[in-house]
Design a protein around this ligand. Structure first.
Ligand code: GCO
Length: 256
């Protein structure tokens, strides 16, 4: 079997929230598979530094800082890509924040912020990318980043859970509307991964013990362990896969 099936040569991938964490690991992996990478973050300096770091590794990486939850910023970002002649063939909707507080104590503004960044941004950016993929007539790939919380809940993370549950069904909506245009829209559901966002949890002996006990693999996941699923869903290897979510969770969702 040819590895061409998993090659991203000649393709351009926009990865949101990729100045660090899971997004940066996924962007690096897509770059190593041959894609030209457009990194995104809200902090222009940090995003530019990440692009320089990937370029120093021999990857084709540039930075595009914009607020993924701001309608006008998203439109302006795609207008800039249009003006530069850059065509997004692969979109990874990874941007997301976490906000841990019981619902009874949650400020509605914090609820809305999590929903806007973790879910609405995927709709806003997904449709700008799809609009152009459809107009070009050669399809494309959309990979939304879900979570264990696309399936199950735990106390104190309601907005994140609602958003990630929405990501699962938004992915299916994208498949429903855009598959006929040659666009494959799928998702990845990371398990408990060793990232900055989870540092507080990793440093909590009780939660660390919970994760290691509840996960059959008995450890936290590494961000680079998402790369295989990301390259698969971004490559021709997944041309007949649509509306699916692949859990990279060490088996946590598979067992009681
Ligand atoms: C939490 C964590 C989780 C993980 C991940 C699991 O507070 O429970 O932040 O949400 O980050 O999303 O898939």
């Amino acid at each position: 079997m040819s590895l061409e099936l998993f090659s991203l040569e000649g393709r351009t991938a926009l990865v949101t929230g990729s100045a660090r964490g899971l997004g940066l690991a996924i962007a690096r992996g897509l770059g190593k598979a041959g894609a030209s990478i457009i990194l995104n973050g809200t902090d222009a300096g940090r995003t530019a530094a990440a692009a320089v770091a990937l370029a120093a590794e021999g990857l084709n990486a540039t930075a595009l800082a914009f607020d993924v939850a701001n309608d006008e910023a998203v439109l302006a970002a795609f207008a800039r890509l249009d003006a530069e002649g850059r065509e997004v063939d692969i979109l990874v909707n990874n941007a997301g924040i976490q906000f841990r507080k019981p619902m009874l104590d949650l400020d509605p503004a914090d609820w809305r912020r999590v929903i806007d960044i973790n879910l609405t941004s995927a709709f806003l950016i997904g449709r700008e990318a799809a609009r152009r993929m459809i107009a070009r007539g050669r399809g494309g790939k959309i990979v939304n980043i879900g979570s264990l919380m696309s399936e199950v809940a735990r106390p104190t993370v309601a907005p994140y859970t609602a958003a990630k549950g929405g990501i699962k069904l938004l992915t299916r909506s994208m498949a429903a509307e855009w598959a006929e245009h040659g666009i494959q829209s799928n998702a990845i559901g990371p398990g408990y991964m060793a990232t900055d966002m989870n540092e507080a949890l990793m440093n909590d002996p009780k939660f660390d013990s919970f994760v290691k006990g509840r996960t059959p693999t008995r450890r936290w996941g590494l961000p680079e362990e998402l790369v295989g699923a990301a390259v698969f869903l971004a490559s021709p290897a997944s041309n007949y896969v649509n509306g699916q979510i692949i859990y990279v969770d060490g088996g946590m969702l598979a067992v009681l």
